[in-house]
Design a protein around this ligand. Sequence first.
Ligand SMILES: Cc1ncc(COP(=O)(O)O)c(C=O)c1O
Length: 408
Amino acid sequence: MPKHLAIDGGTPVRTSAFPSWPVWGERERELVLEALDSGNWGELSGDKVQAFENRFAAHQLARFALAVPNGTQALEVGFQALGIGPGDEVITTAYTFIATVSAIFAVGAKPVFVDIDPRTNLIDPSLIEAAITARTRAIVPVHIGGQPCDLDGVLEVAGRHGLPVLEDAAQAVGAEWKGTRVGAIGDLGTFSFQESKNLSGGEGGAIVTNRQDLHDLAWSLHNCGRGPASGTFDFERLGGNYRMTELTGALLLAQLERLEGQMAVRDRNAAILTDGLADISGLEPTLIDERVTRHAWHLYQIRYDAPAFGGRSREDFIAALIAEGIPASAGYVPLTSIDAIHRSRAARRGRWPGHDLALPDDAPRLRRRHRRYPCHLPQGRGGVALVKAATQGAYHRGEISRRPPRSK
Ligand SMILES: Cc1ncc(COP(=O)(O)O)c(C=O)c1O
């Protein structure tokens, strides 16, 4: 590489630290202290979680929102509400965070992977039908990076087979498909408010839906199986304790007030980055479907084409970016290559026939890529670089460098 790259001892593009995330202030202090001083620290006695649920539902254009401790448990409660259990199959993608499938395992079901569209990193609806079996109980599109999946395509095939759709919208708060916010476009949607997320409570999660039956069932499941009018020891079913604390509810209420402003900054910075990347061949941002009316820009995802950079590996490229002061990281490791999934107790116990967890269920394209790339790159020549330069604090404060992060 030429001398002037920071990795070779040159001056970095950016010398000051990227701003940190999350961002908070007086409002967070005020609401958290209010919850603290009220002495009502749990959802059963306080009003903060309820207020957050109401406002979050309104924000997502959903009839109902149910707050839970994190996004993983939001998925678990969602699957239970859909009646998914041992022996069942759930269709999703392997290009996601592990929680999408650990929640499927947690209810005793089996994930069946459908390939992504390499241009979007999102589930390819045209491949879903072939993965449906008599055991399929749900389809879980994942709006990875905050980019909505082709929900028309997913809902069409789901509708034809009478299958419910649970949107894993952990990264997609505020994102829109054809003007409607994701989450309640399918039957259910789940969100994460873990500390890196666009809306953060440190930890936290929510389930949204427009269906009264699913909301009521999820509410009961998250509150130990109680019914709406149950006393402390009346239980309508077996459930669990998936209640959020009032302190988290208070924090999220304050953070929600900031969200629209922060989203506008993400939109603006993503546009700057897209514009800046347009003249750099070999860096291809994900293709955004014109029906996506708003991207949440949790991640800015770019495919890296090594030949355009003289064959330099994706890892070299990321190291060079980081040396320039631009945070960047590799994409998700496809879940089919994660050993822990194959070694899971559920897999060993053989809760499903054949232990055929991974490759036999993969669409051929994913399989092909697995063979071709020892580091399990999920797509394309040269693989994926998930460049986070414009995410989190950097996005938020509008501090994206316009200088291309490479030398000619
Ligand atoms: C796609 C996806 N699904 C589920 C989760 C789980 O959320 P949590 O970390 O709040 O349990 C995450 C969190 O990172 C995620 O990115």
